[in-house]
Write a protein that binds this ligand. Structure first.
Ligand SMILES: *[C@@H]1O[C@H](CO)[C@@H](O)[C@H](O)[C@H]1NC(C)=O
Ligand SMILES: *[C@@H]1O[C@H](CO)[C@@H](O)[C@H](O)[C@H]1NC(C)=O
Ligand SMILES: *[C@@H]1O[C@H](CO)[C@@H](O)[C@H](O)[C@H]1NC(C)=O
Ligand SMILES: *[C@@H]1O[C@H](CO)[C@@H](O)[C@H](O)[C@H]1NC(C)=O
Ligand SMILES: *[C@@H]1O[C@H](CO)[C@@H](O)[C@H](O)[C@H]1NC(C)=O
Length: 465
């Protein structure tokens, strides 16, 4: 026992001598490390490396107090990831050069007033997947993610006024159905490029709301309760991307276009490159000219619309400036997968050969003389872009063609007959000569009427100005 005590003292003596020979600074460091060990700082719980503090998924249950943040001053963190922990409340932080702060998935219910104010360099704040009921006090930043919280109301505190340079805002997954989507200060909003309002239970977009975002490039309105295309879209002239997936819009038809024309929308959204109209539960029809005015459209997503039975041959055309020809956007990617389409018209696109991607699989195609062009022309295009993809283009009518793939019909050089179902009972009738003779003048008359109507409207709109 005594020898052990002596040994202990010898070790202490040696250590002390060693430390003093190394100089005072080292000794202080040793003491400092000891102090940190007793009172763990942020970097003892998290990974601090290359300006990044990674505290994600560390099972933390309390947000660090201000003095612990202050202790990171010399580390100069620019990225702090606190995601996937469990903090009820976010408290005041310290002055640090943090640019990206991730507080996603932390069960946060409240943010103390001015908690983020010391973070003057903040560019990105991720507060998604928490339990916030109110928008916290915010500071200058570029990207704000408040998605999947419990915000029932917005803009109630004018908190967004300070966000004069905001470029990206995600408010998806908040129950905003009854909120007044008001924008208090006319200044904010004009810098916004990306706005996400997915799954917000919105039944309509209030008038004048979108008008605040004159420079918006991407707008996500998917999974809401919208029954029509928001009329205010005519204010967001710079829009490149529009997502209207999963909304109960029944049809896009000439009325919609006329409606747009009156308000001048026919001549806006001219820059739109990508349109999503998929997973629409009740979308039944896309009528003549409905999408023809989107003259820059390159990517059209029209898939998984279980009721979409009809896409007009002229859905993607509009009268040319000379008023005689029909022109349309140069679509490069066309997705019309898993709808209820019995056919695709060859007139839908002027240049099928310019497509870089196409998917029309999973539709109940009627294989007759009207879809012969699909077998002859479309199958080789589809297969060239994706080998054997036309195997998923399957005939479901008439009876004798059911189950054949268009690829097979193409390979055996089959010429399909002109038959069509006359009614829902599935009776198949040979198309009568009279019908065929009548169809041409009727179609011509319809097209003429449409053109006249649109021209008249154009004149009416012009003379109004
Ligand atoms: C701990 O180290 C810091 C600098 O690294 C120094 O400023 C401070 O005085 C030290 N603390 C003690 C208790 O020695
Ligand atoms: C969140 O953390 C838990 C453990 O705390 C882990 O099991 C889970 O995978 C993490 N989730 C994510 C999305 O990182
Ligand atoms: C924040 O962390 C989550 C993972 O928990 C990640 O999915 C998300 O992209 C991160 N946000 C930012 C802005 O880096
Ligand atoms: C396409 O199908 C043929 C036979 O049907 C097969 O020989 C070929 O390997 C398939 N090609 C691809 C890329 O799947
Ligand atoms: C289909 O037509 C092509 C070209 O005309 C020919 O090469 C091929 O042998 C024909 N296939 C069948 C199964 O008749």
């Amino acid at each position: 026992m005594a020898s052990r005590v002596i040994l202990f003292f010898i070790i202490i003596a040696v250590a002390a001598g060693c430390a003093s020979s190394l100089g005072g600074d080292t000794l202080t460091d040793v003491l400092n490390i000891t102090a940190v060990g007793k009172q763990p700082g942020i970097c003892s719980k998290c990974i601090c490396k290359d300006g990044k503090v990674d505290c994600s998924s560390k099972g933390l249950t309390k947000f660090f107090p201000q003095h612990k943040w202050a202790a990171l001053k010399n580390f100069r963190p620019t990225i702090v990831d606190m995601s996937n922990n469990s903090f009820e409340r976010i408290t005041l932080m310290a002055e640090l050069p943090i640019e990206v702060l991730n507080l996603s998935r932390c069960g946060i219910q409240a943010v103390e007033f001015a908690a983020f104010r010391p973070l003057r360099n903040m560019r990105v704040l991720d507060l998604s997947h928490n339990k916030l009921r109110y928008t916290p006090e915010l500071i200058y930043m570029d990207v704000l993610n408040l998605a999947y919280n419990d915000l029932h109301t917005l803009f109630d505190m004018g908190v967004f006024i300070k966000l004069k340079q905001l470029t990206e805002l995600d408010l998806s997954g908040n129950p905003l159905e009854n909120t007044e989507l008001r924008v208090f200060d006319s200044g904010w909003g004009s810098t916004l490029k990306i706005l996400r309002l997915r799954s917000c239970q919105l039944t309509k977009i209030p008038r004048y709301f979108l008008g605040h975002f004159v420079n918006l490039e991407r707008l996500d309105l998917s999974d809401n309760h919208l029954t029509r295309i928001p009329e205010d879209l005519n204010k967001v002239e710079n829009l490149l991307y529009l997502n209207l997936n999963q909304n109960p819009i029944r049809e896009l038809n000439i009325d919609t276009v006329v409606y747009w024309t009156i308000r001048g929308l026919a001549y806006i959204l001219l820059k739109l490159k990508e349109l999503h109209l998929s997973n629409m539960p009740i979308l039944t029809e896309i009528g003549p000219g409905a999408l023809g005015y989107l003259e820059s459209l390159e990517k059209l997503h029209l898939s998984f619309n279980p009721q979409l039975r009809h896409i007009s041959a002229t859905a993607l055309t509009r009268p040319a400036k000379n008023g005689e020809d029909l022109v349309g956007p140069m679509v490069k990617e066309l997705y019309m997968k898993s709808n209820a389409l019995s056919k695709v018209y060859p007139q839908l696109l002027s240049r099928w050969d310019l497509l870089t991607a196409i998917d029309v699989s999973g539709n109940p195609f009627r294989c007759d003389c009207e879809t012969q062009w699909m077998v002859d022309v479309l199958v080789p295009i589809v297969d060239k872009l994706k080998p054997n993809a036309s195997e998923a283009m399957v005939c479901s009518e008439p009876e004798q063609m059911r189950g054949f793939t268009m690829r097979y019909v193409h390979e055996v050089n089959r010429t399909m007959r002109c038959v069509y179902a006359s009614n829902k009972n599935g009776a198949v009738v040979i198309k009568s000569l009279i019908g065929a003779l009548l169809a041409v003048p009727i179609m011509a008359a319809v097209i003429l009427l449409l053109k006249c109507g649109i021209l008249a409207l154009k004149r009416a709109t012009n003379s109004d100005q």
